[in-house]
Design a protein around this ligand. Structure first.
Ligand code: TXA
Ligand code: MG
Length: 348
């Protein structure tokens, strides 16, 4: 398949014409990659099961994993859900448009292909001018997972989507690097109290500030994936680089010592090794390829860089990556959740 590429950084008149062309692909039941403030998405008409099928094919995604439906305006939600709990309205008011996805009871209009047969649907309004204009022009809700091949780190730049999906989708809207760099916060509003299913830029504390009680799904905070022991394997490995990613735990001195020792071993074994460090620690390592995630004092910067750094290690052919563990708090929860998943919960 030839992928038509549209480079759109702002909503100039000329760009709006290109965006119309990209939106036409959606109207024709085809797939289009588009930027959002979190990560790039791979979109298709959410109400057209045949179009949605093409998303799963392009990604190589198992079809038991449901998709997020993206809207341009709040009013569009009414047709897609059977009810909107008052607390969901509060979240809409505070966080939409933005990196928050709500799981709600679906209406009959939403096809099973989108929800993987669930009675619920995940919905968000992205806070990205190009995404919003694109959805408006398409004239339908757009189902979109992250625009990576299944299992790979989510794409945060044009290069990432080209690497993963060029030739597999009808069109791509290419824009600047994504602002947040991790996927949206997902919260289930069909249960009481609401349950956080996936942490993101909108933090647990921010949600509790407006909702009161919010439960965090157990798998979000588990340091060790319980199933891992019984059935190690691909199922829990997500967002992963091609090399082996290992998270190194301990206090700062211990982490540096452990990595230094591991680097010596790996060097003897003639492995190509990498270290995922921070600005503060990156000069502590004398061997291997050390890359900084950013400054420890700026959790948003660390989050924004995670996926692109993992892909950089791939580009360099690194076989083992040692990642320094990151202290867990409200601001770093999402980052840690993705880092641990990428590592398949492999710790030393
Ligand atoms: O930031 C984002 O959310 C990006 C951009 C493109 O919007 N999208 C994204 O989609 O990350 P994806 O498919 O990679 O992740 C969707 C997440 C999955 O964890 C999925 O299991 C969950 O949302 N999800 C979708 N529908 C659900 C439902 N009905 N109930 C529970 N979880 C659901
Ligand atoms: Mg994804």
């Amino acid at each position: 398949m030839k992928t038509e590429i549209f480079q759109i950084n702002d909503l100039s008149t000329e760009n709006l014409r290109s965006l119309e062309k990209a939106a036409q692909y959606i109207k024709d039941g085809e797939t289009v990659v588009f930027p959002t403030e979190t990560v790039y998405g791979l979109g298709a008409d959410a109400l057209d099961p045949e179009a949605v099928k093409k998303i799963f094919e392009a990604k190589g995604r198992p079809n038991d994993n449901p998709l997020i439906v993206h809207l341009n305006e709040e009013a569009e939600i009414e047709a897609l859900v059977s009810d909107i709990p008052p607390k969901a309205r509060i979240l809409m008011e505070h966080f939409w448009p933005g990196p928050l996805t709500m799981v709600l009871n679906k209406s009959a209009l939403v096809p099973d292909a989108v929800t993987a047969g669930l009675d619920t649907v995940a919905i968000r309004i992205p806070d990205h001018p190009v995404a919003r204009a694109f959805i408006r022009m398409a004239g339908c809700p757009i189902a979109a997972p992250s625009a990576n091949r299944s299992g790979r780190p989510s794409p945060t730049s044009a290069g990432h989507v080209l690497t993963d999906l060029d030739g597999l989708v009808s069109a791509m809207i290419i824009s600047a690097d994504t602002e947040i760099g991790l996927e949206s916060t997902v919260i289930d509003m069909t249960v009481e109290p609401p349950m956080l299913l996936r942490p993101g830029d909108i933090t647990v504390c921010a949600l509790r500030d407006v909702l009161g009680q919010v439960i965090v799904a157990p798998n979000v905070t588990d340091n060790v994936c319980p199933e891992k022991v019984a059935s190690p394997g691909m199922k829990y490995r997500h967002y992963s680089p091609q090399g082996d990613l290992i998270v190194v735990k301990g206090n700062k001195t211990e982490i540096i010592e452990k990595i230094t020792k591991a680097l010596k071993h790996s060097k003897k074994a003639r492995m190509k090794i990498g270290v995922l460090a921070t600005n503060e620690t990156m000069n502590c390592y004398k061997e291997g390829i050390t890359i900084s995630l950013g400054s420890e004092s700026d959790p948003k910067e660390l989050a924004k860089n995670l996926y692109s750094r993992l892909r950089t290690f791939d580009d360099l052919g690194v076989e083992i990556i040692y990642a320094e563990d990151i202290p867990m708090n409200n601001e770093t929860l999402a980052l840690i959740n993705r880092l641990y998943k990428a590592a398949g919960y492999h710790f030393i």
